[in-house]
Design a protein around this ligand. Structure first.
Ligand code: ADP
Ligand code: MG
Length: 728
């Protein structure tokens, strides 16, 4: 069989049962690859150690060998105690002469107050004596005994007339330890309760000795040669026990490359499978709906919108289903692009579905699309888990009978009971909050529907191609014209009175204002109360006499609609809300956004909220009120005051939170990264992608003998997680 679709899928799909590797390791004693063995197979690791390791997320030999040192201590240079100089960091080696533990008595006040235990040990070598001091580490007492040989690394300080090493890293040497723990570059692992870096080092050393020799090379020789990568066994050894400067880094690069290369191979295979799908949905082209929609728009499309609408249009009338990611900063007008696709779909005789990650966002989209599509006779219905049974039943029935042209909803849309008469197009907003699996579920509600996913979280292109590997990417890189400037200010709670004085002035000038209080917890009820209380206290205090409105997630859809309608009409001057308004609310006359307790919000959310103002021509102000509780919160606030560039904010968000959380790496069907960091290693990610593309060009199905190990590794690494969304 040649390059058939099934063959491609096999590579990945058989992996679900790929735990049986007997073909790889014919040796019956080791039926599984060595790296799959649980840690208790390592000499010296019993149930107790295994449990401790499990707390670090280490279950298999492979996990263990990829538990990289947090740093290395260069213990090739041991400073004779007689040569120690204050103010330097040094490694010394000597014998314990004596140990004393002091328990400071009572409160001394000042910074010393926190000292509950002081351990001092006198260390000697042939050249002198130094005192090692540890604060609040009483458990060290048991490790320090007279006569023991130790290696210490720490800062040398002069205290009174005595030299001290303060809170040094301690290693007690056993006579046979020499080679591993001293006299060389030594790996230091993050310690955890009960597991000292030294124990981890010993276990890893043991694992390397027992298992590393049996690890098979998965990177084809040619790839290694071209990218200057050392062999896998070498890399595993040297990343833990580098023999010379630079070896650790070269080993880490090799391991990270392997991880990223495998990932790219997996993603590219998935993409190819998607590319082979035939189009099943055929839209009628007649009718005047799309023209009427365009004519009804209160604005002219931006060049970027027109371009992307053309792209989606091309997809929808193209030879295979659309699989497109739309990236566009807040306010760039993604909704109009989605609407264009929905209208094309409805005119063409099919239904569209719009899925948003939360009830609140779904409500907002529902309102937006109704406002836009009702006048055209397009029937929009809402379907969320929060609706009452009757409402939900009605929504479901409308979807199933085909009475609804557009169904807007939450995860509720992908539930078993929901069916569509003729689903043509799936639109997913805030894509990064959903995963491949959920996309697949919604897709399955139709027979090969078109898919448009949208995100306001712009990320580097290679990363996008990796995370959304099966999607084409479009970018809205142009803001609608005529937007006023938005300036952002940070104020302390002590200045609230002044902030609301400013709000009054703006109201007097005919402007409208949002005041947002944060989601306190994952309970809409609690949050609704917080908003209600803020509303009341402003009405009684700072903003008496001003026309105030209240909006929160617990209100009925009709009530929300009514409040929004009054705000839009200018009857409400100040709208107090939970972040309900994060998405979709669009009132160009609103020029001030006050965010209370701003430090509690994530960057993306703050950016979204700020995106609600600056939509008209007037100058707008975003005011962040907080005494941030954490450094990170302060950094977020400072980022907001420093820039309005969504790309810069997304980068900062990535840096603060890491890609795992922010982008839901796992939700995208990708494995966790062990060694690589797709942000810090972006250049390596790009290199790995090019390498994978090159490789697949020569051996698309990984069927050649040289690809055997690679193919096994892809199966093994991705397992069922590399879901072939578009196929199923
Ligand atoms: P987002 O990309 O954040 O979803 P929206 O679709 O909500 O942005 O659009 C932001 C605002 O810009 C809305 O008020 C929308 O009506 C308006 N808008 C969209 N496209 C244009 C345009 N071409 N010209 C002027 N205003 C536009
Ligand atoms: Mg939007």
């Amino acid at each position: 069989m040649g390059c058939d679709l099934q063959g491609t899928l096999d590579v990945v799909e058989r992996s679900v049962s790929a735990r049986d590797h007997s073909a790889v390791m014919p040796d019956s004693r080791i039926a599984r690859p060595p790296l799959d063995h649980t840690v208790d197979h390592i000499r010296g690791v019993g149930p107790a150690r295994a449990a401790q390791l499990a707390r670090l997320g280490i279950h298999t030999v492979e996990d263990l060998l990829h538990h990289l040192p947090s740093r290395y201590d260069d213990r090739r240079v041991i400073t004779p105690i007689g040569d120690l100089a204050p103010g330097t960091v040094a490694t010394i080696r000597g014998t314990i002469r004596g140990v004393r533990e002091e328990r400071p008595f009572g409160r001394r006040g000042g910074p010393r107050r926190a000292v509950r235990s002081v351990i001092k040990a006198a260390i000697t070598d042939r050249t002198g004596v130094v005192i090692a001091v540890w604060f609040n580490q009483p458990y060290l007492r048991g490790q320090l005994s007279r006569g023991a040989q130790v290696v210490l690394t720490g800062r040398v300080e002069q205290w009174r007339s005595q030299l001290q090493v303060q809170s040094p890293d301690l290693e007690v040497l056993e006579p046979e330890d020499e080679a591993m723990h001293a006299g060389r570059i030594v790996p230091v692992y993050p310690a955890t309760e009960g597991l000292t870096p030294r124990m981890v080092r010993t276990i890893i050393r043991e694992a390397l000795e027992e298992f590393a020799g049996a690890v098979s090379e998965m990177l084809p020789e040619a790839v290694r040669a071209q990218h200057a990568l050392m062999g896998i066994r070498d890399a595993l050894w040297k990343v833990h026990f580098p023999g010379a400067e630079g070896e650790a880094e070269a080993s880490r690069r090799r391991l990270a490359f392997q991880e990223l290369f495998l990932l790219q191979i997996g993603v590219l295979i998935r993409r190819r499978a998607v590319e082979r799908l035939p189009r099943t949905i055929r839209y009628r082209r007649d009718g005047d709906l799309t023209d009427r929609w365009r004519a009804s728009l209160p604005f002219a499309l931006t060049g970027a919108q027109a371009r992307v609408i053309d792209e989606t249009h091309g997809d929808m009338f193209g030879p295979r289903p659309m699989n497109r990611l739309l990236q566009g900063d807040v306010g760039s007008g993604k909704t109009a692009v989605a609407a264009a696709a929905l209208v094309t779909c409805v005119q063409g005789g099919y239904q569209g579905a719009v899925m948003a990650p939360t009830e609140i966002l779904a409500d907002q989209h529902y309102l937006t699309f109704r406002r836009m599509l009702d006048p055209l006779g397009v029937r929009v219905v809402l379907l969320t888990g929060g609706m009452d049974v009757a409402g939900r039943d009605a929504g479901r029935a409308a979807a199933q009978r085909g009475d609804a042209d557009v169904v807007v909803g939450t995860h509720a849309l992908i539930q078993e009971a929901v069916a569509f008469a003729r689903l043509g197009l799936v639109v997913i907003d805030e894509q990064h909050k959903f995963g491949v699996a959920q996309r697949a579920l919604l897709r399955r509600k139709g027979a090969g529907p078109d898919v448009l996913v949208m995100t306001a979280t712009p990320i580097p292109r290679t990363l996008a191609l990796t995370l959304y590997g099966d999607l084409d990417v479009s970018v809205l890189d142009e803001m609608p014209a005529g937007r006023g400037r938005v300036s952002t200010h940070w104020r302390r709670p002590a200045d609230r009175a002044k902030v609301y004085e400013f709000v009054r002035q703006e109201v007097a000038a005919g402007r409208q204002i949002f005041v947002v209080c944060p989601l306190v917890e994952e309970s809409e009820k609690v949050d609704a109360r917080a908003a209600t209380e803020l509303h009341e206290s402003l009405a009684r205090g700072e903003l008496t006499g001003v026309s105030l409105g209240l909006l929160h997630g617990r209100m009925r859809v009709e009530d929300k609609e009514q409040v929004m309608a009054r705000f839009r009409a200018g009857e409400i001057a100040v709208l107090v809300a939970t972040p309900v308004i994060e998405v979709g609310v669009d009132v160009p006359n609103a020029t001030v956004m006050v965010i209370e307790d701003a430090g509690r919000f994530g960057l993306a959310q703050l950016h979204q909220l700020r995106g609600r103002i600056g939509r008209g021509a007037a100058r707008s102000y975003c005011i962040l009120i907080d005494d941030p509780a954490t450094e990170e919160a302060e950094r977020r606030i400072r980022t907001m005051t420093a820039t309005t560039d969504g790309f810069a904010i997304a980068q900062e968000d990535l840096a603060l939170r890491g890609p795992g959380e922010l982008l839901g790496v796992r939700q995208h069907g990708l494995p966790d990264f062990r060694v690589a960091d797709p942000i810090k290693d972006l250049p390596l990610l790009e290199e790995a992608r090019r390498a994978a593309l090159d490789y697949l060009r020569q051996d698309a199905e990984l069927r050649q003998p040289v690809s055997r190990a690679l193919r096994d590794a892809v199966q093994r690494r991705f397992g069922g997680r590399l879901e072939l969304a578009a196929i199923s």
